[in-house]
Design a protein around this ligand. Structure first.
Ligand SMILES: C[S@@+](CC[C@H](N)C(=O)[O-])C[C@H]1O[C@@H](n2cnc3c(N)ncnc32)[C@H](O)[C@@H]1O
Length: 187
């Protein structure tokens, strides 16, 4: 089942990649792909049309994606037929898989801003080594949202990521409209 945000992404899924086919977006892609430094298995939360695989951040055998938008998942599968992708909201996926563990947990280019702030700390439970989160900066909203109000809790979700860096250790960077954090997890 979808909600307003995921339905919106489904309506633009087939043209989503084209929107970011610009020099500045490609420069951000390269920066982010270098920053992530994935290790081992990777859980891609809000995987969208497969930015992570398109940019060779990880290999398809090590990859697991989740996203509530049927259209975005369909596009990912069209480009990467062997990739494992589940159509699900992170919040319900977490409740159903409380002990699932991956070396890297990633949520790229705005996806964590849609996650309920109360669930942001739970991302750490799924990571053996690191969590990398790219939240929208406060006040920024992608243009596709013109017909929606801001995702509820967006700023609180971003601040929750900063709190995790303070608690676990890691780093905070900024690129374009995004706050990028790495949270270090030792198990
Ligand atoms: C801006 S797109 C980013 C997609 C991809 N991470 C990328 O880097 O291109 C945001 C994605 O977050 C997904 N999303 C929205 N709510 C979500 C939730 N509660 N849990 C997981 N993903 C969600 C949307 O369906 C959409 O595909």
């Amino acid at each position: 089942m979808e909600n307003k945000v995921s339905e919106l992404y489904t309506t633009i899924a087939e043209v989503y990649d084209k929107r970011y086919d610009t020099d500045s977006a490609r420069a951000e892609d390269r920066w982010a792909a270098d920053f992530i430094q994935p290790q081992g298995t990777l859980l891609d939360v809000g995987c969208g049309t497969g930015w992570t695989l398109d940019n060779r951040v990880t290999q398809v055998e090590l990859y697991r994606g989740i996203d509530p938008s049927e259209g975005m998942c369909r596009e990912l599968k069209r480009k990467h037929p062997t990739a494992f992708v589940e159509t699900a909201f992170y919040e319900s996926w977490h409740v159903q898989h409380p002990t699932a563990l991956y070396d890297t947990v990633l949520s790229s280019f705005g996806s964590p801003s849609y996650i309920d702030p109360l669930f942001i700390p739970t991302l750490v439970q799924h990571a053996r080594r690191q969590v990398v989160l790219m939240h929208y900066m406060d006040g920024y909203l992608p243009d596709i949202h013109s017909e929606l109000t801001a995702p509820t809790g967006k700023e609180a979700s971003r601040r929750a990521a900063i709190d995790l860096v303070a608690g676990f250790g890691g780093e905070v960077q900024h690129i374009g409209a995004f706050q990028v954090v790495r949270i270090l997890v030792e198990r």
